[in-house]
Design a protein. Structure first.
Length: 128
């Protein structure tokens, strides 16, 4: 589903016990070892809940809509939290897809050195 073919994957991890986690971890909550990487950007998700922040950290747009979404990957539930694309309205139950963003916040604003971390990631965009 990712609209940018050069985008990195939105990696989740499947474990020996069948569970899936996002973000990835070396082992599942039950201690099972990882067996497969799954790219969540190839899937759609359902909005579980959302909120709009009007007092955001330096470099983050205002207002900033954040959603908790749930992917269904082969019958396994995988939840993620992230920004909603700018100027999009979402409601509980809406279908969204991950969309790659080169900058989730302005790296030149705030106390962190721009080279100290990654600034890209995924936002969620309604499919309709």
């Amino acid at each position: 589903m990712s609209q940018n073919d050069d985008a990195p994957p939105m990696e989740a991890q499947r474990y020996e016990d069948g569970s899936i986690s996002y973000p990835t971890h070396p082992r599942s909550l039950g201690g099972a070892e990882a067996v497969e990487t799954i790219d969540l950007s190839e899937h759609t998700a359902e909005v579980i809940t959302w909120t709009e922040s009007t007092a955001t950290p330096p470099g983050v747009r205002q207002p900033n809509t954040i959603a908790i979404v749930e992917f269904d990957v082969d019958g396994e539930s995988v939840r993620a939290i992230g920004q909603v694309v700018e100027d999009a309205d979402v409601e509980i139950g809406d279908e969204v897809e991950p969309v790659y963003a080169e900058e989730l916040r302005d790296p030149d604003v705030g106390i962190k050195e721009p080279e100290s971390q990654e600034w890209d990631g995924y936002r969620f965009e309604p499919t309709q």
